[in-house]
Design a protein around this ligand. Structure first.
Ligand SMILES: Cc1cc2nc3c(=O)[nH]c(=O)nc-3n(C[C@H](O)[C@H](O)[C@H](O)COP(=O)(O)OP(=O)(O)OC[C@H]3O[C@@H](n4cnc5c(N)ncnc54)[C@H](O)[C@@H]3O)c2cc1C
Ligand code: FES
Ligand code: FES
Length: 1237
């Protein structure tokens, strides 16, 4: 598609795991004489597989130049597009659904979006926009009949933030038609065998089944590619090579589904099953050419054999016992018989769109009319390389009655038979073993119940109620005052100014820019060792790859081979020694990205391993930096009983911005000038490029149009990547493009710091915290990067909203042999806040009210004065709006009446510092130009990454200049216009840029004032022409000199922040104690954003931040091998929140009547603070676990580390099953599959 310049379809992962590349695929089905539409991941679709198919991309359905499609319009107007990188994929999934179902239900929409990830929005606005297509909404139904289930305003999709007035109606008659020539071609029979020959692969598409068998017999090693979701990723990422591929897409026999008279009862569970074959009782029909050859007149009579789909069918992981020349023809699923009970179970890391960790299929047949087991079959997936049949257990239970005795015996036998060695592939061995017992217990209970009801038809195992997005509430927002001019956009929920371009695919990201003539591609070569001396690098093989141009290493850097950051240096290319897996040691430049990648794989590096090697925080011998103590003394008298001592670990987090890092470096061929088109949050990073090339910064121009998400991850590493790409451009004299693959991005750029907090907290009897002494350890990785500042922020947030008279903090950044951890939304704040929060674990109305700051003039632990009034208001409103007290009672009631499911509810307040504690960064600059036609161009130093900084800047300019937003444009962030900008970070971007834009506009208005006064009745355009004629400058710079914040760490005091953003959040969850699964039930957030500049954008930041926090605290888990290599390198291994994870009730309220004299128009920074609210889910889960543990007689405190994954939840819910699976191997006595860092 890039060759066709159709760049709307995005590339987020290349492995089918994110949905950014979704397109609609349509095929004519001659059997049903219908056109079938399905959404498909373009990244896994070989072009040659599309013969006869029509592909519709986001560009095909509408554009801003012609007409938007209603789907594009509604996602944009509902504020469902922030950075916009996921938006085309979302649009195409929804569009395809509407093609198949013009009046879908909410559940249909939810299912259609299952495979589409968004890292920015939190999904609520996307669903808000799309649910207006629900049948009920389109037909104007109201109240209970509507999917919104509420007042009629919801039924037509309108809310305070989003109005349906004047939106385009859905008109299926306007949809693209299927190309008649394709239909004609397929009606005629499609033709014979097709063969496509590429440089490396030959692709056959057989005409029919016998042709397929013939090809299969001739090429037994060639894979059959159908969906390519298995073969494709293996070829792309695992180096599988298939010179010949057979694609049976046009073989009709393989596409038919036929149903018997009755739906088999066992099959009801299938849709919840993993796709991997599991059912032992299914049979598989297989056809082979050799047999058919003997029977030429009846190719399949006798040419097929039927084999049971059991453990013998599978030879190993991804392998079966089918003969090489055989083709799977059909899968037969038999019906259940009377007195036969069948069920299936699975547990995955994320509730949907995730491989199961363990799955199981179970069947019991009773002697008729009894509860005596006649036969029992239990199969597990995920308990070994292939299907595991627990034969001994099953045989041992035959003849027993289905009662407690059988359960006891079954668990005993299972515990023996499923035991996994601690070194097993995939890790989580204890969890997996316990899960297999839990699944059996669930099956047992289910059958007991069904036997009791004397109902012979199993209903499927009880699970959480099917998740329905019925009551995602549009948020309650502030309104502007009645006297504000209707033309003044400030304070109104204006749509993101690029939302329509993002929804149509017209919005350009760095990799969408057309190739510059002669452009090359650079691919990084990274270290495979954690700590080693580089002995040699042999790139001769790499340069023999066709298209390879050159190899780069430290020797090729004309200037300095290092990135300097506050006296901390980091090598661009490792010179002598490597200090982590993933460190860049060289780079290959080639004509295309495929060639560069292929060549990079051929670089041979020899190492001499060095010791010691550290990966974990606990190793304190290698402290990189110690941050000084802060707060009062914590002498012994303050630590009176009750005293709590403990520790809490918080894992790291991957940014997983949907657009991976990269840039294009274009040498201008004169005086060392170079242009960089780069996805960075910090344009002055070009200084690093200057140092690398030995060129002054004035020769290097950095252009940033927009970022497909940043979250702090595009500040530091992108500077090194820019310097490397620039070096390649310098060496070759040609433009060079660098785009990291998702796997490399995750490996090289790293993410949020893992933290360990060790604490000692003294309480009074009423719960008042008297003293706390906390030592934070962070895993800094191999270089300091921003780790010290991040640790400082953690320490500065350790009090949260609590007045703790004696508080002492100590922060240590540990150097390890991992890629260097870096900035991530919140910047240490969430880690700092969480540790203290983990100690305030009594009900909100008791402890939190006792400990919260309350005096009008309060002082933080670093002696910064502030007024906590609005924090207390947020807190009170949150408890009230969430109905905390009565829901708490309901939770207690639920827990008292349910043994295997428990609920928890948790509320937390928040005080979050805004601005940089390094005071010099608190500045902003802008340039505003007015052109002779009256149009306005705003430039500023911030970067647009979805947060809406450009929209807010235009709103501000519109207010001051008095021109409509449509007359104001922001083209890009460019160092040629605004130099020396601070990073767009610390929730301070709009504060800084907004003030600077205001300053520039005010200067212009001052200059225009005489003209306006002289001609009061003239229009804006006339004033501008007149001003031009009077030689008045129509260009002005604006500057904002923010506060000089600083902290004296010796004295432990200082005004670290400009001001504080406050909030409060309450969440309720339910856990399945047997599997560790959890469901987020409801979240209420009250946020103080001052007087919001744009409530839609601010609510979007709150929801998006909260959902990122949801991932941080409950799902997202990075795994490292024991030798320090990141295992989780893509969306299939690393799970960020998907639509299924969002609480069905997510209510965001903006605090009314809040003022903030410190920032632009009394607003407040909001980007980072809400991430912390994800901890409410964590602590609610912990409370639910505590309830489960009490059932087992465990009443004391217990440790739970973040994220609260299914594994950790299950393991903490200690019960008879966890005790049955005992592990004797001591940590350290074996090499585990993965380690905690
Ligand atoms: C994002 C993503 C999520 C996924 N989630 C899950 C999940 O939750 N659960 C799960 O189980 N899997 C999951 N998978 C894996 C994938 O869906 C399965 O492996 C699927 O079964 C592969 O089907 P395919 O047609 O796309 O495979 P292909 O890549 O086209 O090939 C499949 C293999 O089957 C063989 N084959 C195909 N047809 C025949 C035939 N007729 N006779 C004999 N051999 C044949 C081929 O030779 C090839 O080796 C996921 C994959 C992706 C990319
Ligand atoms: S699913 Fe195709 S790029 Fe992610
Ligand atoms: S808007 Fe969805 S990923 Fe940014």
């Amino acid at each position: 598609m890039s060759a066709a310049r159709l760049t709307g379809t995005k590339y987020g992962c290349g492995s089918g795991g994110c949905g950014a590349c979704t397109v609609m695929l349509s095929r004519y089905d001659p059997l049903s004489a219908r056109v079938l539409h399905c959404s498909a991941n373009a990244c896994l679709l070989p072009v040659v597989s599309l013969h006869g198919a029509a592909v519709v991309t986001v560009e095909g359905i509408g554009s801003t130049k012609t007409k938007l499609h209603p789907v594009q319009e509604r996602i944009a107007k509902a504020h469902g597009s922030q950075c916009g990188f996921c938006t085309p994929g979302m649009v195409m999934s929804m569009y395809t659904l509407l093609r198949n179902q013009p009046q879908p239900s909410l559940e249909d929409i939810r299912e259609a979006l299952t495979g589409n990830l968004c890292r920015c929005t939190g999904y609520r606005p996307i669903v808000d926009g799309f649910k207006t297509f629900c049948g009920c909404c389109q037909n104007g139904e109201s109240g209970k009949n509507c999917c919104g289930g509420g007042p009629s305003t919801l039924c037509n999709g309108s809310s305070d933030l989003f109005h349906m007035n004047g939106v385009l109606p859905l008109d299926p008659s306007q949809d693209l038609i299927f190309p008649p020539e394709l239909m004609l071609m397929l009606q005629k029979g499609g033709g014979g065998r097709l063969c496509f020959q590429g440089n490396r692969v030959k692709w056959f598409s057989p005409a029919d089944l016998s042709d397929l068998l013939e090809l299969r017999a001739a090429h037994p090693n060639a894979p059959l590619v159908v969906g390519n979701t298995n073969v494709g990723p293996n070829m792309m990422f695992k180096g599988d090579v298939h010179p010949l591929i057979i694609s049976p897409g046009s073989v009709m026999e393989l596409h038919t589904v036929s149903w018997g008279k009755k739906v088999p009862s066992g099959a009801v569970c299938l849709h919840r099953l993993s796709l991997h074959p599991l059912y032992w009782q299914f049979s598989v029909a297989v056809a082979s050419y050799k047999l058919t050859h003997k029977l030429p007149f009846s190719p399949f009579a006798g040419g097929t054999r039927e084999v049971p789909l059991n453990e013998k069918f599978f030879a190993g992981f991804g392998r079966t016992h089918l003969r090489a020349d055989e083709v799977l023809l059909s899968l037969h699923i038999p019906r259940s018989q009377p007195w036969e009970f069948v069920s299936a179970f699975r547990q995955a890391q994320r509730r949907e769109f995730a491989f199961s960790i363990v799955n199981a299929g179970m069947k019991v047949v009773f002697k008729e009319g009894t509860d005596t087991v006649q036969s029992l079959s239990i199969f597990y997936g995920g308990m070994g390389p292939t299907l595991l049949r627990v034969k001994r257990t099953c045989e041992g239970l035959v003849g027993m009655s289905w009662n407690e005795g059988l359960l006891e015996e079954a668990c005993r036998l299972l515990a023996e038979e499923v035991a996994l060695p601690p070194t097993a592939h995939g890790g989580k061995t204890e969890f997996r073993s316990i899960l297999s017992l839990s699944f059996f217990f669930k099956f047992y209970m289910q059958v007991v119940q069904e036997l009791r009801e004397k109902n012979e038809v199993p209903q499927g195992h009880q699970t959480f109620q099917v998740y329905l997005l019925t009551i995602l509430h549009p948020s309650h927002i502030q309104m502007v005052s009645e006297i504000q001019s209707s033309k003044d956009p400030v304070g109104r929920p204006r749509v993101h100014i690029a939302a329509f371009q993002q929804a149509t695919g017209e919005a350009k990201y760095y990799d969408d820019l057309p190739a510059v003539s002669g452009e090359l591609f650079v691919f990084m070569v990274t270290s495979t060792r954690a700590h080693a001396k580089i002995i040699s690098m042999d790139f001769s093989e790499a340069l023999r790859v066709p298209g390879a141009v050159t190899f780069l290493s430290a020797r090729d850097v004309p200037g300095q081979n290092r990135r300097l950051w506050f006296n901390n240096t980091e090598e661009l290319f490792a010179e002598e020694e490597v200090c982590c897996v993933g460190q860049i040691i060289g780079a290959v430049v080639a004509e295309s990205r495929e060639q560069a990648k292929r060549a990079a794989e051929r670089v041979r590096v020899t190492y001499d391993d060095l010791s010691p090697v550290f990966f974990t925080i606990e190793v304190r011998a290698r402290i990189l930096l110690t941050v000084h103590t802060s707060g009062e003394a914590s002498d012994r008298e303050h630590f009176e009983t009750p005293l709590i001592c403990g520790e809490m670990y918080m894992g790291g987090q991957e940014h997983f911005y949907m657009e991976t890092q990269g840039l294009i470096a274009v040498p201008r061929g004169e005086d060392g000038e170079m242009d960089l088109y780069v996805a960075t949050q910090h344009t002055p990073d070009l200084e690093v490029v200057g140092h690398t090339l030995g060129v002054d910064s004035n020769k290097i121009t950095c252009h940033v149009k927009r970022l497909g998400g940043g979250f702090g991850g595009k500040v530091m590493k992108i500077a090194s990547l820019s310097a490397i790409a620039a070096t390649a451009a310098y060496k070759t004299g040609r433009a060079v493009r660098c785009v990291l693959d998702r796997g490399d991005d995750m490996l090289i750029t790293s993410g949020r710091h893992p933290f360990l907090g060790k604490y000692k907290v003294g309480f009074m009897n009423d719960g008042t915290i008297l003293a706390a002494d906390i030592t934070y350890y962070s895993n800094g990785g191999s270089t300091l990067d921003e780790s010290s500042f991040i640790m400082e922020k953690a320490l500065l947030h350790m009090d949260n909203g609590y007045k703790i008279p004696n508080l002492r903090g100590h922060g240590l950044v540990c150097k390890t042999h991992l890629p260097s951890y870096t900035a991530f939304r919140g910047f240490g704040g969430p880690q700092g806040l969480t540790i203290i929060e983990s100690n305030v674990d009594l009900p909100a109305h008791q402890v939190r009210a006792v400990n919260m700051y309350s005096e009008e003039e309060s002082y933080t632990h670093h002696r910064q004065p502030f007024c906590p009034r609005d924090m207390v208001r947020c807190w009170d409103e949150c408890l009230e709006k969430s109905d905390y007290s009565s829901r708490r009672l309901a939770v207690q009631h639920f827990n008292a009446t349910n043994r295997w499911r428990k609920r928890g509810i948790c509320a937390v307040p928040l005080k979050f510092g805004i601005g940089f504690s390094k005071g010099f960064y608190n500045q902003g600059a802008a340039l505003v130009n007015i052109y002779k036609d009256g149009s306005v161009l705003v430039s500023h130093g911030g970067t647009e990454m979805g947060q809406g900084i450009n929209t807010k800047a235009v709103q501000i300019a519109s207010r001051i200049l008095g021109v409509p937003m449509s007359s104001i444009h922001i083209k890009e962030t460019c160092t040629g216009n605004v130099p020396n900008a601070a990073p767009s970070a610390a929730s301070f971007g709009t504060d800084a840029v907004g003030m600077a834009v205001k300053d520039a506009c005010e200067k212009l208005m001052k200059r225009l004032e005489p003209v306006m006064k002289a001609y009061p009745k003239w229009t804006w355009s006339q004033w501008i022409v007149e001003a031009y004629c009077q030689k008045i400058s129509l260009s002005a710079t604006g500057f904002f000199m923010g506060p000089h914040t600083s902290v004296d760490w010796e004295k432990s005091e200082g005004a670290a922040y400009y001001y504080f953003t406050f909030g409060a959040c309450c969440s309720e969850v339910e856990i399945d104690c047997l599997t560790g699964d959890h469901k987020n039930i409801r979240t209420d957030i009250v946020m103080d954003v001052g007087k919001s500049l744009n409530p839609a954008l601010d609510v979007g930041q709150v929801e998006g931040g909260f959902v990122q926090g949801l991932g941080l605290y409950t799902i997202e888990e990075l795994q490292f091998s024991p030798d320090g290599a990141l295992r989780t390198r893509g969306p299939n291994q690393y799970k960020i929140p998907a639509l299924c994870d969002i609480p069905p009730q997510l209510n965001v309220h903006l605090l009314a009547d809040s003022q903030n004299p410190n920032a632009i128009y009394s607003s407040k920074g909001i980007g980072e603070p809400p991430v912390f609210f994800g901890c409410t889910l964590f602590f609610a889960i912990k409370e639910a676990i505590a309830a489960a543990r009490r059932e087992s007689g465990l009443n004391g405190r217990f440790a739970l580390s973040s994220p609260a994954t299914v594994e950790k939840i299950r393991m903490a819910c200690v019960d008879r099953f966890t005790e049955m699976v005992c592990f004797t191997s001591k940590p350290g006595s074996f090499t585990p599959w993965a380690i905690n860092v």
